[in-house]
Design a protein around this ligand. Structure first.
Ligand code: SF4
Length: 345
């Protein structure tokens, strides 16, 4: 089977566990992999947060005041959540599972985040924005600047924000997590994502000046306290991001929510070329592993590739495909998955 496009998450997954790569990106008639049924909305906050920022920056780029842009982004997010719930209801046979924002607190949290972000980063209205949510698909021979890479999949990805500076374009990547990266300086230049985004941006906009990691913390436990009414709880959520914006802020018994790096350098020159050369070989290895194979049916076991049992439990969580590997491919284990419609990288 032919792999048409490849991105960072596919490569990372392949290096972690080949069986996981097969499940996540190959299995199924569409050849896009299978995903847990609950996945599309489980990370609701991150998805909505990304979407909220996409709309907010779009309105900023078109001259709106940050507060005005915030109102329009909130409206867009509300619609987005309704659509997502409807989609989820379809997947679950009529009703979305109750944990998917059944009480509206998740949406309130996203709006709280948006208000806090819009006021904390109001100066972003001065950014000279070149592109927002730029999805690129670049033929391999251009991406790797090598005619012999013509038979490899196109390189694909989505860059959250690119803005111009006197030193060249800068890439910004939004990350929503419960735990934030606080030690960036030593590792930043080796991030596969940053190197790939920089190369893609270089092809389209010119040499990139750097990469900004824009981190947003999701609260680990925001629940009604004893005796707190649900309305009071929602008001508390509403003020959360506005009251504690700075991750390094000096708040009593409280961590703030926003942590943005400076402009971090990206691997350059010979080291970058070496990195991309190695990545090109990795792409070829992945392509060759599936060459000559038909798109497999859902439930067809991985052909000849190894499982990495060391990767099944990491960072306190288990791999989403563990039941398939432990109990086999049967109607009971497969019922928790659906074919992926489109590969996001
Ligand atoms: S459960 Fe383990 S072996 Fe199976 S796909 Fe996941 S990481 Fe690989």
């Amino acid at each position: 089977m032919k792999i048409a496009e490849i991105g960072t998450s596919q490569r990372t997954c392949w290096q972690l566990c080949r069986a996981k790569h097969y499940h996540a990106f190959i299995m199924g008639k569409g050849g896009n992999g299978i995903v847990p049924l609950a996945e599309p909305l489980a990370p609701l906050f991150g998805r909505c947060g990304h979407y909220a920022l996409q709309v907010w920056y779009w309105h900023l780029a078109n001259g709106a005041h940050p507060e005005e842009a915030c109102g329009m982004a909130s409206e867009a997010v509300r619609k987005f959540v309704q659509e997502q719930r409807a989609e989820m209801a379809k997947a679950f046979g009529g009703r979305p599972p109750s944990y998917i924002d059944g009480d509206g607190s998740e949406l309130t949290l996203v709006e709280s985040f948006l208000n806090g972000y819009a006021s904390y980063y109001a100066d972003d209205r001065h950014l000279d924005i070149i592109s927002i949510e730029w999805s690129f698909t670049i033929p391999a021979e251009i991406f790797y600047d090598d005619p012999s890479a013509r038979d490899l999949p196109s390189c694909r990805g989505t860059i959250d924000l690119v803005f111009d500076t006197p030193d060249g374009p800068v890439i910004m990547d939004h990350k929503f997590n419960q735990y934030l990266e606080t030690d960036l300086t030593s590792r930043a230049s080796f991030w596969p994502q940053a190197i790939n985004y920089a190369r893609a941006a270089e092809v389209s906009f010119g040499k990139v000046a750097g990469f900004i990691l824009n981190q947003i913390r999701k609260p680990t436990s925001l629940r009604p306290t004893n005796g707190e009414s649900f309305d009071d709880f929602l008001s508390r959520i509403r003020s959360e991001y506005v009251s504690y914006p700075d991750y390094n802020g000096d708040y009593p018994r409280k961590r703030g929510y926003f942590l943005r790096s400076g402009i971090l350098p990206i691997l350059e020159g010979g080291r970058a070329r070496r990195y991309l050369e190695e990545q090109k070989h990795l792409d070829r290895e992945i392509v060759e592993a599936y060459a000559g194979m038909e798109a497999p049916a859902v439930g067809e076991p991985p052909p000849h590739i190894r499982r990495n049992w060391d990767a099944c439990h990491r960072w306190g969580a288990h791999c989403e495909y563990l039941d398939l590997c432990e109990y086999g491919y049967n109607p009971a284990t497969l019922a928790a998955f659906q074919e992926r419609e489109e590969v996001h990288m």
